[in-house]
Ligand binder design. Structure first.
Ligand SMILES: CC(C)(COP(=O)(O)OP(=O)(O)OC[C@H]1O[C@@H](n2cnc3c(N)ncnc32)[C@H](O)[C@@H]1OP(=O)(O)O)[C@@H](O)C(=O)NCCC(=O)NCCSC(=O)CCC(=O)c1ccccc1C(=O)O
Length: 260
């Protein structure tokens, strides 16, 4: 498969997967998700690879979730909502190797969910984390909500989702959402250091540890699968569509007008 929306490079035992849509703040469309799934599968089963790094091109964003310009209600690709989100989330968990989210700029919406699911998150000090679902007519019923609560606690996870505030890298570190924060110009070097340390360890022991961590939250995959059907119905409502419209028109949404 040749890639249009992502970059893929293997160097020194690390597979580097980069969302390459900087003009869209690295938002993903259906095609981006398919390419990410393909790349994770490739890296996951390549024995020369011991660690995978997920990042976004440019310095503005890691990823800002679904591409608001590529949809009107349902998205433009495969799956219950027109984005194969369940498959993408699953493959990040299922690859038997640590996945590091290297975050600079915005990790927002579905981009924040991707970083949450990765085994580690290393952030530049100017990174910004947050959810926007209830502001733009969306929500992640699964890992983005239930799994997030395991990481930052129930109260904080609910605050993140209901309030849609933005959090600095330092705040994300304090709530356990990221593992380390470094000056932006040291981010690549820091991630390389983490990769080198991982590569010294037994890959099979790490693969078993990853499975073991995952098994304890595996029920969330079921929540996500069922939740996508609710989300698909929600995307067809005027209430949800108002969120996308308002974002594109750069105005405040009027959700209450459309509530059923
Ligand atoms: C990222 C922002 C906070 C940046 O704000 P600001 O600095 O004020 O800049 P802006 O002017 O808003 O944006 C700059 C520029 O980038 C474009 N842009 C930003 N984000 C997107 C995007 N997601 N899609 C398309 N374009 C985007 C923006 O339009 C501007 O372009 P101009 O040409 O200059 O006008 C802010 O931009 C922001 O809050 N963005 C919102 C992002 C958003 O709405 N994301 C979608 C969230 S919903 C989602 O991800 C659902 C899909 C999904 O992933 C999912 C679905 C089902 C289950 C699970 C999931 C899951 O979440 O995993």
């Amino acid at each position: 498969m040749s890639y249009e929306d992502i970059l893929y490079e293997v160097k020194e035992g690390g597979a580097h997967i980069t969302i390459n849509r900087p003009d869209k703040y690295n938002a993903f469309r259906g095609k981006t998700c398919e390419e990410l799934i393909h790349a994770f599968n490739k890296a996951g089963w390549d024995k020369s690879v011991g660690v995978i790094v997920l990042s976004g091109a440019g310095d503005k964003a890691f990823c800002t979730g679904g591409d608001q310009s590529a949809h009107e209600g349902q998205y433009d690709g495969r799956g219950t909502i027109g984005l194969p989100m369940e498959d993408l989330h699953s493959i990040i968990r299922d690859v038997p190797k640590p996945v590091i989210a290297k975050v600079q700029g915005f990790a927002i919406g579905g981009g924040n969910v991707l970083a949450t699911i990765c085994d580690f998150t290393i952030a530049g000090e100017k990174a910004v984390f947050g959810q926007v679902g209830p502001k733009v007519g969306s929500v992640d019923p699964g890992f983005g909500t239930a799994f997030l609560a395991r990481i930052v606690g129930e109260k904080k996870a609910r605050e993140i989702w209901y309030m849609c505030r933005k959090y600095s890298a330092a705040e994300a570190l304090a709530m356990g959402l990221v593992n380390a924060v470094v000056p932006n110009d040291q981010l690549d070097a820091e991630v390389e250091k983490w990769c080198a340390e991982i590569l010294e360890k037994s890959p099979t022991a790490i693969a078993i540890a990853k499975r073991s961590f995952n098994m304890d939250s595996e029920n969330i995959r079921g929540i996500a699968g069922m939740g996508m059907y609710a989300l698909s119905l929600y995307y067809d409502t005027e209430e949800s569509k108002e969120g996308g419209r308002a974002f594109k028109e750069k105005r405040k949404p009027e959700f209450r007008k459309y509530q059923k």
